[in-house]
Design a protein around this ligand. Structure first.
Ligand SMILES: [Zn+2]
Length: 345
């Protein structure tokens, strides 16, 4: 048998709880409605979208797929208009314009942000190319905290637009792809996700740069995607939350990381109950929502953190966090309601 065919099935007999609905209404603060992450839901009738959310107990939804041009943003705004109060659409920055616009690029991007806000965008999504791929007019890789970009972050602050940022990626994506890499199977399936350093910058240089950026713009609200882009090290994330009162994190797509350190993760929630937001990042998937609710609400042990037969982000299992009601309520609803201007519960 080849090692890659080894798929041991746990013989552990433990409780498995089906949590059909969340204990409190949920605001999904990190999700998509377009391809690929949002499963193309934006192309379906609004009724189906609303039914899907209703079935999963989701009352508010952040759609990060507003793009940077009028066309995409308009399409999302129009489709969702009859239920606009349930959705917050985030726009973006078109980095491809930098080489062409040169020194004028940051002001152009800030102006675009203003135009998006006027049209109806609620926040700004920064995708992971910043720090990994984005280049200036000289062909130089742009750092996350490059001061030339300050007009963008300042404008977001002035307009009250939260910036939801995903920088870097799982730490192991930066390591050599060899027999010691804990994400070896995943990188085998997605070689394009490898950012082995060099040639890519080291993981920590991107994260330090991100911390600098958030620290330098205290009047702009930042949300660090995927547990602050460093779910493998909750100590780092905690220190950043301590240093930056303008900083929040979402937990999207990181149950696998949180659940393999359940004691530390639970302490993290107890310590920062006002700073953590719920997010699914997989579109409107009822079975995934249920799995998330199971993870956060129960003390079920040693289960797969996603719906594939082999755990997709690494070969381990997770245990639930059984968060207390007061923490759950903030995490599911109240924290996001405050940042995203939904009515109080
Ligand atoms: Zn996402």
């Amino acid at each position: 048998m080849l090692l890659q065919n080894f798929q041991p099935q746990p013989k552990l007999v433990t409780r498995s709880t089906l949590v059909e609905k969340p204990r409190f209404p949920v605001i999904d603060a990190h999700n998509h409605l377009d391809e690929p992450f949002g499963g193309g839901w934006i192309n379906r009738p609004l009724d189906e979208i609303l039914d899907g959310l209703e079935q999963s107990g989701v009352v508010g939804y952040v759609d990060l797929d507003g793009g940077w041009g009028e066309d995409i943003l308009n399409r999302h705004l129009q489709t969702l208009a009859p239920a606009a109060d349930k959705f917050r659409i985030f726009g973006g920055v078109d980095w491809s314009k930098w080489p062409e616009l040169g020194d004028g690029f940051p002001d152009y991007a800030a102006k675009r942000l203003r135009a998006q806000k006027e049209r109806g965008a609620f926040g700004l999504k920064i995708w992971k190319p910043l720090g990994l791929h984005v280049r200036d007019q000289h062909g130089e890789l742009v750092k996350v905290d490059d001061p030339r970009l300050d007009p963008i972050w300042q404008t977001a602050g002035e307009l009250g637009m939260p910036v939801l940022a995903h920088v870097a990626d799982p730490v192991a994506f930066f390591d050599p792809i060899d027999e010691t890499n804990e994400r070896w199977e995943e990188l085998g399936n997605h070689p394009e996700w490898a950012f082995t350093s060099p040639p890519f910058p080291p993981f920590m240089s991107i994260l330090s740069s991100f911390k600098n950026l958030v620290h330098r713009h205290p009047s702009t609200t930042f949300i660090g995607a995927h547990v602050g882009c460093y779910a493998e090290n909750l100590g780092f994330v905690a220190a950043m939350l301590d240093d930056c009162p303008n900083y929040y994190v979402d937990i999207s797509a990181r149950i696998g990381e949180l659940g393999r350190q359940p004691y530390t993760a639970r302490r993290f929630f107890m310590q920062y109950p006002d700073r953590i937001l719920f997010g699914l990042d997989e579109g409107i998937r009822r079975d995934s929502y249920r799995l998330s609710y199971r993870f956060f609400e129960t003390d079920d042990e040693y289960f797969n953190y996603n719906l594939s037969t082999v755990p997709a982000q690494g070969r381990w299992y997770v245990s639930g966090l059984y968060l207390p009601d007061d923490v759950l309520k903030k995490f599911y609803y109240e924290n996001a309601a405050k940042l995203l201007k939904f009515p109080p519960l």
